[in-house]
Design a protein around this ligand. Structure first.
Ligand SMILES: NC(=O)c1ccc[n+]([C@@H]2O[C@H](COP(=O)([O-])OP(=O)(O)OC[C@H]3O[C@@H](n4cnc5c(N)ncnc54)[C@H](O)[C@@H]3O)[C@@H](O)[C@H]2O)c1
Ligand SMILES: O=C(O)C(=O)C[C@@H](O)[C@H](O)[C@H](O)COP(=O)(O)O
Ligand SMILES: [Zn+2]
Length: 358
């Protein structure tokens, strides 16, 4: 089957290539001016990283594999500092490139390592999770976590290309795949409700990496993201819609010391945002219920402990959409009609939380 190429427009346009068995496309995305490639790969995925390094070596690149801890443990300043030392030792220059191979945690780190080294070297991202393909690797948000909050240190640094080889999804742990579905469903609520129809028609198929609609779901979600970031790379307005559900989600991730899957937190956060919309008279109860039903149909959580509220409320203060002490939320005025809720009062915030509390 041929690969699909989805363009991301902007000052430095690039392509997101989607298909099965497409790792051979990597040299084409790196370009022929690059000589040396630092491959920052999730250490738990040698069966993906090794063949990819071979593809690069056969294409004539000098390849330096740099394994990093799997998952969220990669998004730490110590790991990033270790990569800077490696870049210095290897003599990585501005004519070289970084390739990031792994889930969203790995590509966020690799992207930021590329953004920060020599004030920016070329990167190509090879996401190996559903979440990475439909969201993290596309759009140029890169970064790491700090104890004070999620993704608080980072940069906008668009990749030179993104390679989504659907065959890498087969080995994914089920719960991590489900976590990625939360971002797919998010794309459905904010922009492309056909995604919701596909999931609702066959939740079991949607929850399987080799399901009948996997490719269509990936491509639809990538198109949503590509269109948004093409119009607003630096999140000066439109891009905020991709943050639907994330204000509460990041607070949950912090409260759980980053051991709670991102997509699971986003699922709960979307129900919270939907409740904010309903309680302010902007969103119908039917659409709120649709959030719960579609998320639950694939096994995503929609509630969180009641006693967590004070800590979550405190953590939401550092949300990047906030302006000073004023919290700002992405809410829906209807399906695919994202809007903003500015400065909600404390009672409204707590009332919406009571609707998700268990
Ligand atoms: N930059 C962005 O725009 C953006 C968007 C969404 C999410 N994110 C970030 O992405 C991260 C979450 O990404 P994720 O869900 O991909 O998590 P992840 O990178 O932690 O990967 C999840 C798990 O899957 C394993 N894994 C990855 N690929 C595999 C494969 N093919 N086979 C078997 N196991 C595999 C990993 O080892 C890990 O244990 C969060 O840090 C989140 O903040 C960033
Ligand atoms: O690309 C974006 O913009 C997003 O908000 C996508 C989110 O799914 C993603 O989790 C992102 O990393 C969150 O960004 P943050 O700026 O809130 O840290
Ligand atoms: Zn997200």
């Amino acid at each position: 089957m041929t690969a699909t190429r989805i363009g991301v427009r902007g000052a430095d346009p690039y392509e997101v290539v989607v298909g099965a068995g497409v790792l051979g496309e990597l040299p084409g995305l790196l370009g022929d001016r690059v000589r040396t490639v630092a491959v920052i790969g999730n250490a738990a995925l040698p069966e993906i990283t090794r063949p990819l390094c071979t593809v690069l070596e056969q294409a004539g690149y000098t390849v330096h594999p740099l394994p990093v801890p799997e998952g969220e443990a990669a998004k730490e300043v110590g790991v990033l500092a270790g990569l800077w030392s490696e870049f210095a030792r290897l003599g990585v220059t501005r004519s070289d490139a970084v390739v990031g191979v792994g889930g969203g945690a790995t590509t966020d780190l690799a992207g930021f390592a590329a953004a920060s080294w020599l004030r920016g070297v070329r990167s190509v991202l090879v996401p190996t999770t559903l979440l990475g393909m439909v969201d993290a690797a596309v759009g140029g948000k890169t970064g790491i976590n700090v104890p004070e909050g999620k993704n608080l240190v980072g940069a906008f640094h668009p990749p030179a290309g993104v390679l989504c080889d659907l065959s890498t999804l087969i080995s994914m742990p089920h719960q991590d795949y489900i976590s990625g579905l939360a971002e797919v469903i998010k794309a459905g609520f904010i922009a492309d409700p056909a995604i919701l129809d596909l999931v609702e028609d066959d939740p079991e198929g949607a929850a399987a990496p080799s399901g009948p609609h996997t490719r269509e779901l990936v491509e639809r979600a990538v198109r949503v993201k590509a269109d948004v970031v093409s119009a607003d790379l630096r999140e000066s307005g439109l891009r905020e819609i991709l943050n639907y559900g994330h204000t509460l989600a990041h607070a949950i991730e912090k409260a759980e010391d980053y051991r709670f899957r991102h997509g699971h937190a986003v699922a709960i956060g979307m129900v919270y945002a939907a409740e904010l919309g309903r309680l302010t008279g902007r969103l119908s109860a039917d659409v709120v219920e649709r959030h719960r039903s579609v998320l639950r149909s694939v096994g995503l959580p929609t509630s969180y402990p009641a006693d967590a509220w004070p800590a979550l409320r405190d953590a939401m203060r550092v949300d990047k959409k906030a302006r000073g002490a004023t919290l700002r939320f992405v809410v829906l005025d209807g399906l695919a009609e994202p809007g903003r809720l500015e400065g909600p009062d404390e009672e409204l915030l707590a009332a919406a939380y009571r609707e998700v509390a268990q």
